[in-house]
Design a protein around this ligand. Structure first.
Ligand code: ADP
Ligand code: 5GP
Length: 221
């Protein structure tokens, strides 16, 4: 293998991971994403753009970049989004700039996006790991949507019905985690996130360096 090929392998091995977590609304995704960010400091959340109004607990530039429909449409025309989708009546999008900014800073990038976004992101970044988080039952999903207390009854009903669409697309994901017990779900999320660094192509540089140590006299069977 040439030195240039080795450099390419090394760069590939060191590039941050792209880790997508999708879930029907109310499954506990934001809760678990926050917990994962605390225990995995190398990981940073990709902040999406949205036309949705901020909830009382949300902050500009922390939870989302909150923008008008006009600005969103302008960003679509400018080709600023890797992916964007209409979800529950609002638009949400991930910008190329956000991903590259976080990767260049040496982070792994965590995405909280829906199944349409997950599919589109994978088309652009095939190395991305896609994980689907699910509630233990649909009745529990409704209980959690109500418990969160941030949405009107109408919005809760719309989000609960939309959950089936998210479920129907489970085949596009690499992993499924059921969020029944929060700590157990976090453990599963974390082990999947960590296992990514052992994919063969992340270790290819290391293997090539071991191969270089082969003495001339050693022959294979
Ligand atoms: P999402 O981001 O998927 O819409 P949230 O993280 O906002 O969901 O969680 C919805 C509600 O469910 C919140 O009140 C949260 O505290 C609660 N919740 C999350 N995970 C669990 C769990 N494993 N058991 C019980 N309640 C949970
Ligand atoms: P919420 O309004 O509850 O914050 O998010 C609603 C849904 O939009 C969630 O399923 C969330 O994952 C998804 N979402 C958030 N940001 C993006 C994004 O940039 N792209 C896509 N496709 N979905 C997003």
């Amino acid at each position: 293998m040439t030195d240039r090929s080795l450099i390419a392998l090394k760069r590939r091995a060191e590039r941050g991971k792209l880790f997508v977590v999708s879930a029907p609304s109310g499954s506990g995704k934001s809760t678990l994403v926050r917990m994962l960010l605390k225990v995995e400091p190398a990981c940073a959340l990709s902040i999406s753009y949205t036309t949705r109004a901020p909830r009382s607990t949300e902050q500009e530039g922390v939870d989302y970049y909150f923008i008008s429909r006009e600005t969103f449409d302008q960003m679509i025309s400018d080709g600023a989004f890797v992916e964007w989708a209409e979800v529950h009546g609002n638009r949400y999008g991930t910008s190329f700039h956000e991903i590259e900014r976080l990767l260049e800073a040496g982070h792994d990038v965590l995405f909280d996006i829906d199944y349409q976004g997950a599919r589109a992101l994978k088309a652009c970044y095939p190395e991305a790991t896609l994980l689907l988080l699910l509630p233990p039952t649909m009745a529990e999903l409704k209980r959690r949507l109500r418990k969160r207390g941030t949405d009107t009854a109408e919005v809760i009903e719309r989000r609960w019905h939309a959950a089936w669409r998210e479920l129907e697309h489970y085949g596009i994901f690499d992993f499924v985690v059921v969020n029944d017990n929060l700590q157990q779900a976090l453990g599963e999320l974390q082990s999947i996130y960590r296992a990514e660094q052992n994919l063969w192509w992340r270790r290819a540089y290391h293997v090539e360096m071991l191969l270089k140590e082969k003495p001339e006299a050693v022959e294979h069977d």
